[in-house]
Design a protein around this ligand. Structure first.
Ligand SMILES: [Fe+2]
Ligand SMILES: [Fe+2]
Length: 446
């Protein structure tokens, strides 16, 4: 007997835990404290039947629609009956997901079907309420208020996906967050209609839903800006610790050149310009020249690794995948170019190399290696950028001469191989160099 009681207790305990696990962190306050406790009890009984989640979704929709139909009839009694049906439908609407999760019947279609029916139910309820007010006082303005309530509710559902996604990423799993959604909306209709205040209810829903939508837009805008600031800080932090002394200056300088070439450069280009060499700053991940047969494959591996490092940083900072993919593409191609934006980054990087990095490179590697590096760097420059580099002078006169000679030698080769090169521009973007603030005749001495 005692053993039976223990088993029963354990069964109930397990059952309660299972049902409690069906609460979602996207549940709004009404759902959490009113609808969910009731829907879980209904689910307990529905589990014993063969009713499917989609059938429950449809039943809930029908209940709400019948409720909305009552709103179209004059008189408080019909308003009150419609209100009760709408709230009951909102409670039952929780059961479809609970059954689906318990019976492992979650499908993408089921969730979507439920959402579609909910939108129709919302529209019918609000239109019914609008009609109820209009038939009593005949003022057409109520249709505008009703429209604002409906569009605000629809946009509330439209913004929910991105807002919920952000909140789930920001919060620990299982934590609740501030959410004004359908549960609140239907509950306001329920209470407002019960106290016979249909007009005030409509005005309140119109204001609340649209304010909530504006709030979500602001929250998402700030969050994205914040995430991008975090990426930039992280890149600067990593590059600031680089053992390659010119890296921090080169990173900022590449961004400066990029903005001189294209002042309205998009955020992906800016991140790519700042972080294109991040790999070099991480000692344990650094791609070593000696491990590669030629300079091109070394640079290719370096670009690939930098792209990977940046992708990791951006993922950590919750950046959306389209932006990550864009930055990864640009950084992968920062040494070679490939499309107009990647070419722009390559040019900014190349010019900055000659302006900032070359003296450090020369000090570390000597004349021959520097000559080779100059040739390699000139090869990737567009003819407009060649003119910019030509104006660079260094404190070390030998280095200035070495660059001059390399350019002269390169032009000799270039003219033989590409006679058209000096006749026309070959970079897709046109920069009025004389008009930029960069003094090409005596650029920063480095
Ligand atoms: Fe690079
Ligand atoms: Fe670079």
């Amino acid at each position: 007997m005692a053993r039976n009681s223990i088993l029963k207790f354990q069964y109930r305990e397990a059952e309660n835990r299972l049902l409690a696990g069906l609460r979602k962190n996207t549940d709004g306050p009404v759902s959490r404290y009113l609808n969910r406790p009731i829907s879980l009890k209904i689910t307990k009984y529905l589990l014993k039947t063969s009713i499917t989640p989609n059938q429950i979704s449809f039943f809930s929709f029908m209940l709400a629609t019948v409720g909305a139909a009552f709103f179209f009839i004059d008189g408080y009694l019909y308003l009150a009956v419609g209100a009760v049906l709408a709230q009951v439908a909102s409670v039952v609407d929780g059961c479809d997901g609970e059954i689906a999760r318990l019976k492992f019947k979650i499908t993408g279609f089921g969730g979507w079907f439920d959402a579609v029916l909910d939108r129709y139910a919302d529209a019918f309820l609000l239109l019914g309420l609008t009609w109820h007010v209009w038939s009593a006082d005949g003022n057409f303005l109520v249709f505008f208020i009703g429209f604002m309530a409906i569009i605000g509710s629809f946009m509330n559902s439209y913004t929910a996906d991105k807002y919920d996604g952000l909140m789930k990423r920001k919060l620990d799993i299982g934590k609740q967050y501030f959410r004004v959604g359908r549960d609140v909306r239907v509950f306001i209709i329920f209470v407002g209609a019960l106290i016979n205040q249909p007009l005030s209810t409509l005005i309140f829903i119109a204001l609340l839903m649209n304010t909530e939508n504006v709030r979500r837009v602001v929250v998402l805008y700030k969050a994205e800006k914040n995430d991008i600031d975090r990426v930039i800080r992280r890149i600067e932090e990593i590059i600031g610790k680089s053992s390659v002394p010119e890296d921090p200056v080169h990173s900022r300088n590449t961004l400066e050149w990029l903005l001189k070439f294209k002042p309205d450069a998009d955020i992906a280009l800016r991140i790519a310009a700042l972080g294109h060499d991040t790999e070099r700053a991480l000692e344990h991940r650094k791609v070593k020249r000696r491990d590669y047969a030629d300079y091109d494959s070394f640079k290719e591996a370096h670009a690939e690794k930098s792209a990977k490092v940046l992708a990791g940083i951006m993922k950590e900072c919750n950046i959306h995948s389209e932006l990550i993919d864009d930055v990864v593409f640009l950084v992968r191609h920062h040494e070679t170019g490939g499309d107009p934006r990647a070419d722009l980054l390559r040019d900014a990087d190349s010019v900055s190399f000659f302006q900032v990095n070359l003296p450090f490179f020369y000090a570390r590697n000597g004349v021959e290696e520097t000559r080779m590096r100059c040739r390699w760097g000139l090869k990737r420059l567009s003819s407009e950028m060649e003119t910019v580099v030509e104006g660079f002078e260094y404190e070390n006169k030998e280095l200035s001469t070495l660059l001059e000679n390399s350019i002269a030698e390169y032009r000799g080769i270039s003219m033989v191989m590409h006679p058209e090169r000096n006749l026309q521009s070959d970079s897709g973007h046109h920069v009025e160099l004389s008009a930029t603030s960069v003094s090409t005749q005596n650029a920063h001495r480095v």
